[in-house]
Design a protein around this ligand. Structure first.
Ligand code: URP
Ligand code: ZN
Ligand code: ZN
Length: 461
């Protein structure tokens, strides 16, 4: 199947130009001015942008968490991603404490098999290290998994101690694995949680109070110090605040191999949302928590000055009804996580590009190119270039769309951006040369998405 996309503006991280794009089979075969190659389908992209498919490197589909399971699985979550112009994601396979890592990877393959419509990869989240797990790390690249995640919070659930984190980073460095961290001081948080509950403070707003920005900044600085000492590359997931960003900026200025991401919820919602009445604040409970407008401004600064490399979603959806509601009497029982995979590219385009905070090229860099470069997918993905995968989005910069839970495709009963009218939406989406979404209709094939084995990672951008 050959598809010729004519007359659009091709936007890559390193520049934009008017060019035609020929998709042939699974790949981009040619990018050039005025292509007249015969094709099965010719798309008129005049007035549109032609961009690499979005890559969301932080998702949790089908994740058991807090006595329930995240509401999007690989079927619903990937379809929602496609509607939002995201054609690849990396999900976290979580080790069952102390068990072989391969078991987690096998389990996550079972979750995805037969359901996938877009390409995907796995990180491996380590919850308990022992000698045999340490030896197993070297086998991960053959399984296509080249990044780890360790949690510095969620005590007695996922959290690891400093020795485990540091030893893992040293081993990861030698193998060519990237260590990702959830950076919050879990010990401090546990003390604060106990104190708040003892005082009868059980509302969602106390979730935020129990996880102060200093607890995130301290852990971010600690992980960055481990990266400096070990020489291992580090990726800080879901960074939320000015003080943690300061730690990243300082480490990077000293040449430490640290990169960080933030997520839409930290750019567009605040602790005031956590304080919404009638338990509505539960809709905003995630960790680390949403912060302040001053933090949002700092994060936008990081996106423009290069100290934040990616915007991913940490998509971990729980319905308000029956799932978030588990914590009506105790904020610690509210499952942590927010939906966003469908909205990421649109809200960032709307506020970032239409709102003149980001160039279209930087938007592409944050949503596709840097994620691909950092996580061993580039130049196969994250760029419109000859030989790359045919993951291509024809983006309509003039079209408006009102975001709503009534019309979104995520399997969750609320939307963080309810009622927001965005300008700039994906109009046609291709994954590996296959039509996936066109004018708001799903045209893809369930089961056609592929697990992508990623390259070794020795550095970050
Ligand atoms: O609240 C969040 N972020 N839930 C998902 C798990 C994690 O920490 O990334
Ligand atoms: Zn996390
Ligand atoms: Zn996460």
């Amino acid at each position: 199947m050959k598809t010729l996309i004519k007359g659009g503006k091709v936007v890559n991280a390193d520049g934009s130009r008017m060019a035609d794009v020929l998709l042939d089979g699974e790949h981009i075969a040619k990018v050039a001015e005025s292509l007249d190659t015969p094709a099965d389908r010719v798309i008129d992209a005049s007035g549109k942008l032609v961009i690499p498919g979005g890559i969301d490197v932080h998702t949790h589909f089908d994740l058991p968490f807090g006595g329930t399971v995240s509401s999007d699985n690989f079927d619903t979550g990937q379809k929602a991603a496609a509607f939002g112009g995201t054609t690849c994601h990396i999900d976290f396979a979580i080790q069952i404490s102390g068990r072989p890592l391969k078991e987690a990877i096998d389990l996550w393959h079972q979750k995805a098999d037969g359901k996938a419509t877009i390409d995907y990869g796995f990180h491996l989240a380590i919850t308990e290290m022992n000698d045999s797990v340490m030896n197993e790390l070297a086998t991960l690249p053959d399984l296509g998994v080249t990044s780890l995640k360790l949690f510095m919070a969620y005590k007695n659930v996922f959290m690891v101690d400093d020795e485990t984190l540091f030893r893992t980073m040293m081993a990861a460095r030698d193998i060519g694995l990237l260590t990702c961290v959830h950076a919050e001081n879990g010990d401090v948080i546990d003390v604060l949680v106990a104190q708040l509950l003892a005082e009868g403070k059980t509302d969602p707003v106390y979730h935020g109070k129990s996880r102060p920005h200093w607890a995130e900044a301290e852990a971010t600085g600690r992980a960055a110090a481990f990266a400096a000492i070990s020489g291992a590359p580090l990726y800080v997931v879901h960074l939320t605040c000015a003080s943690a960003l300061d730690q990243v900026r300082m480490a990077r200025a000293k040449g430490v191999k640290v990169a960080a991401e933030t997520c839409p919820q930290y750019l567009f919602t605040t602790e005031e949302d956590l304080a919404r009445p009638n338990f509505e604040g539960a809709k905003y409970v995630c960790s680390p928590p949403v912060r302040t407008e001053a933090d949002q401004a700092a994060l936008w600064g990081g996106l423009t000055d290069g100290n934040l490399a990616c915007v991913s979603t940490d998509h971990c959806s729980f319905n308000f009804k029956d799932q978030k509601e588990l914590g009506r009497d105790d904020f610690t029982k509210i499952p942590n996580g927010l939906p966003g995979i469908e909205d990421r590219m649109m809200v960032l385009y709307h506020y970032g590009v239409t709102g003149s905070k980001l160039s279209p090229e930087r938007w592409v860099e944050l949503c596709a190119t840097n994620p691909a470069k950092i996580f061993g997918l580039y130049p196969r993905k994250g760029t419109i270039a000859e030989g790359a995968d045919g993951d291509v989005v024809v983006w309509d910069p003039a079209k408006e769309h009102t975001i709503s839970a009534k019309t979104h495709h995520m399997n969750v009963d609320y939307n963080l951006f309810e009622g927001l009218k965005v300008k700039g939406v994906p109009s046609i989406v291709f994954s590996a040369g296959r039509l996936l979404v066109e004018d708001g209709e799903f045209k893809g094939e369930t089961g056609a998405g592929r697990f992508i084995k990623r390259d070794l990672i020795h550095d970050v951008v």
